[in-house]
Design a protein around this ligand. Structure first.
Ligand code: AMP
Ligand code: DBH
Length: 585
């Protein structure tokens, strides 16, 4: 299958002002790299707004978005999506939302997600892709840190009323002028469907080198970091993914994970499908009960899942009454997929497994559809681009030979050169010559495939949901009875990893129950996947030779704890709750 090639490619603005970064707060590619990436044809001077316009012109009547939720399933053609984005763009401009403004978008898998992000792309306002699972703490941070002008929410999801949260934030965040409610009862706010005006030409559209949006990082520190992506660089990752995953205009992509996450958005994701003029089908929940009927009804050809969900699907497939015969490719990534589970995919689902090891910061690796079975089940793939530079290094940044294990550093045409407004983080997370320190420990095979062997960053990967240990520790430390806290990963047969919090209580504190600690963290308004699965009270932490706390020893201790002695963790939000499917940033 060939990637769909648009009939008309406009590539005007890219070279118009290449060396003047439109966003001085964002470290960007030095001009020698930018011109190289343009000359190589990776950056083509496209924007997402133009892209949709061209697809709509080329085949107005093809179905772009299928949203089966709600009283009547909706099927939007390319012409309809294009027109809706135009009208919403005009409505947003009329409300004073303009180029460069940030808009926190926290929508589930509903058609309005696409209307909203394409309207924002068109006017050059930047979506900030919050996940439905995020709660007060995260959303307040996104709104204040980005000085967001607007917040787009559903009415309610999984029992959580987003309007209550919005009301609080509007009071607290001076820049937040608008809340738009995409479905249901808008309450005191404006219904998104009312934000509409006659489309007019946009006088100052974004340039391809401008930022398109801010994506979220799972991070390893106390605060999530924001990832600035440009139209040019992201479109390249999407186009490159389409070529590698065989996406063409006959493809049907099922969005099973939360639509705003980098994986289902771009690897090759919904944006890949729209780039190809293909069809995007929205799945309200990622489990087999919701997904399998849609696969049959819509003839879904590919989708992406995190490992725990892929396990659920392979378990359910042999006995399902639904015909899954249309499924050609299942992408699995976000966390390490075990070899045994990987071997089960083809026999159970009858489709090709494609492992994907990606990150919202950029670099995405795929196993290739024509790789041999051993490569597909034992590696996490190789980079999209010949210009993706990969280094595997030891603790002193010396390159290790092929086949050796080390830290993965990367630089390339769609990997950021720095987080948004985070100079101190950037000094640590990027080398002086612009390589991103991924925090992943990998081995590179002779064929250039990467095998993820572990992780150096202080992060827990809970079935694809990323949790920065430090963020949770900071919340635990806020408890008046807590003297000190350390959060580590412990193995879990289903999730891969779950969280264990080791807590030292103050000498004078009343005894506490683990459940009280969990409740305290939850009530601080944190996404529920970040609430520790297990809380263990200790009187001291193991130390290293120089007296630092040894997380390594804590992890080892927690791995030795018999599973039966611990309450079984809640399923990843991907599997249990409609509001918060994995993975999370
Ligand atoms: P984020 O930076 O939040 O987008 O999360 C990206 C991180 O997820 C990577 O740096 C890896 O740690 C992890 N990850 C993603 N895909 C895989 C995979 N296929 N195998 C192992 N880890 C993965
Ligand atoms: O985990 C991720 O962030 C991820 C996984 C697969 C990702 O960003 C991607 C593919 O693009």
């Amino acid at each position: 299958m060939n990637a769909y090639t648009p009939k008309t490619l406009t590539r005007p603005q890219a070279s118009a002002h290449p060396e003047a970064p439109a966003h001085p707060e964002v470290p960007t590619w030095p001009e020698e790299f930018a011109s190289r990436y343009r000359a190589a044809g990776w950056w083509r001077g496209e924007t997402f707004g133009q892209m949709l316009r061209e697809r709509a012109a080329d085949h107005p009547d093809r179905v772009a978005i299928v949203d089966p939720a709600g009283p009547a399933p909706r099927r939007w053609s390319y012409a309809e999506l294009d027109d809706r984005a135009d009208r919403l763009a005009a409505g947003l401009l009329a409300r004073g939302i303009a180029k460069g403004d940030k808009v926190v978008v926290q929508l589930p898998n509903i058609a309005e997600f696409f209307e909203t992000v394409f309207a924002l792309f068109r006017i050059g306002a930047l979506p900030v892709f919050a996940l439905p699972a995020h709660r007060e703490t995260e959303i307040r941070y996104f709104c204040t840190f980005t000085e967001a002008a607007a917040y787009v929410i559903p009415q309610e999801l999984g029992g959580f009323d987003y309007r209550g949260l919005a009301a609080k934030l509007v009071d607290e965040v001076p820049t937040l002028r608008h809340v738009f409610v995409a479905d249901g009862d808008p309450g005191p706010f404006e219904a998104l469907s009312d934000v509409t005006a006659e489309p007019a030409a946009i006088t100052d559209p974004p340039a391809p080198s401008d930022l398109a949006f801010l994506q979220l990082s799972g991070g390893s520190t106390g605060v999530p970091k924001l990832i600035p992506r440009t139209h040019d660089d992201y479109l390249y990752s999407v186009r490159g993914s389409n070529d590698i995953c065989g996406v063409d205009e006959d493809s049907v992509y099922l969005v099973a994970l939360p639509a705003g996450h980098n994986f289902p958005l771009s690897s090759p994701g919904s944006l890949g499908a729209l780039y190809a003029g293909a069809r995007v089908v929205l799945c309200p929940r990622p489990g087999p009960e919701a997904a399998f009927p849609l696969i049959e009804a819509e003839g879904v050809t590919l989708t992406g899942l995190v490992p725990p969900l892929a396990l659920l699907w392979t378990d359910a497939a042999p006995t399902t009454p639904y015909d899954l015969g249309s499924l050609e490719v299942l992408l699995v990534g976000g966390a390490k997929f075990s070899e045994e589970a990987a071997r089960r995919v083809k026999p159970a689902l009858g489709c090709t497994l494609q492992q994907v090891f990606g990150m919202a910061e950029g670099l995405v690796n795929y196993t290739r559809l024509d790789d041999d079975t051993e490569t597909i089940v034992t590696t996490q793939g190789r980079p999209i681009s010949p210009d993706d530079e990969i280094r595997v290094v030891d603790d002193e940044d010396n390159d290790v030979p092929t086949g050796g294990t080390g830290h993965l550093l990367t630089r390339g045409p769609y990997t950021i050169r720095g987080y948004w407004k985070a100079p101190e983080h950037n000094a640590r997370s990027f080398t002086a010559d612009g390589f991103y320190r991924t925090g992943d420990v990998v081995r590179r095979t002779g064929t250039g495939h990467l095998v993820v062997e572990g992780r150096a960053k202080d992060q827990i990967n809970r079935g694809g949901e990323k949790i920065a240990a430090e963020e949770v520790e900071n919340h635990l430390l806020a408890h008046p009875s807590v003297h000190d806290a350390n959060v580590v990963a412990e193995p879990d047969p289903y999730l891969g990893e779950r969280t264990c919090a080791y807590v030292i209580l103050r000498a004078d504190a009343e005894p506490l129950k683990p459940v009280a600690v969990k409740k305290f963290v939850r009530e601080r308004g944190l996404a529920s996947y970040k609430v520790p699965d297990r809380v263990e009270f200790v009187t001291a932490f193991p130390q290293t030779g120089v007296g630092k706390i040894s997380k390594k020893d804590l992890r080892a201790a927690s791995a030795r704890t018999p599973a039966s002695a611990t309450p079984s963790p809640s399923a990843p939000s991907s599997c249990s709750s409609p509001s918060s499917p994995a993975p999370s940033a």
